[in-house]
Design a protein around this ligand. Structure first.
Ligand SMILES: Cc1cc2nc3c(=O)[nH]c(=O)nc-3n(C[C@H](O)[C@H](O)[C@H](O)COP(=O)(O)O)c2cc1C
Length: 204
């Protein structure tokens, strides 16, 4: 097997950096938050994942100090909203680089609806939302110990909203929920459907 090897510090030597395309497709952290003054904010973060079961903990990385990071630092709360195929264009619109005074719910034509346990609103059109309270904000560092201007925000999921239509006999129906995932390049996404489902049990 011929292998292309590179050390990222020296450059990848390819037309496009493959990192994002390889670690993908990734779930999207579509994060709603409120500023200390109560201005709504909504933005997608694909450096996002789940990190613990009990209690459930999710996290996303802010590459640079963005409005969402400032809001979660100020309020200690955020909401994760599920991005689905019907909401893809609105999710994309919500990533516009606009000032902290701009409400991306309005920008993307979405309806903010109150959460139950946190002040940040959730996206009414999204079938699933996690209300989260910040547990840690960790600034990343390089192997040298030098800090990187990226912050990993971790939050405990304290409240979960699931649209009844996404539950089949009480079981969350991932295959039919319309999840979208971010891949590489400037514009690649995947959507998930029943055709991608396969099952495999752990060895006993
Ligand atoms: C699908 C998608 C995924 C993104 N993932 C990230 C990410 O993981 N980290 C990040 O800092 N920005 C990411 N961005 C860019 C932010 O959404 C963008 O900078 C946005 O304006 C930040 O909003 P805020 O300042 O209101 O928090 C992503 C954009 C899109 C469309």
């Amino acid at each position: 097997m011929s292998i292309h090897f590179y050390e990222p510090r020296q450059g990848h030597g390819l037309p496009h950096d493959p990192f994002n395309a390889i670690v993908g497709p990734r779930p999207i952290g579509w994060i709603s938050s409120l500023s200390g003054e109560g201005v709504r904010n909504l933005a997608p973060y694909s450096f996002f994942n789940a990190f613990n079961y009990v209690p459930p903990i999710v996290g996303f990385a802010s590459i640079g100090a963005k409005d969402t990071l400032r809001n979660v630092q100020e309020t200690g709360e955020f909401v994760w909203n599920l991005a689905t195929r019907p909401l893809a264009e609105a999710m994309n619109a919500s990533c516009a680089a606009v000032g902290p005074e701009v409400d991306e719910f309005a920008l993307a034509g979405l309806t903010p609806t109150p959460s139950r346990l946190v002040a940040a609103p959730r996206v009414a059109e999204s079938p699933v939302a996690f209300e989260c309270k910040v547990t840690q904000i960790i600034q990343l560092q390089q192997v040298s110990g030098e800090t990187v201007p990226t912050w990993l925000v971790l939050g405990e999921v304290v409240g979960v909203h699931i649209a009844a239509a996404s539950l089949k006999d009480g079981v969350y129906d991932t295959a039919n929920a319309g999840h979208i995932l971010r891949a590489g390049g400037p514009a690649d996404y995947f959507s998930v459907g029943p055709e991608q489902l396969f099952q495999m049990h752990r060895p006993r």
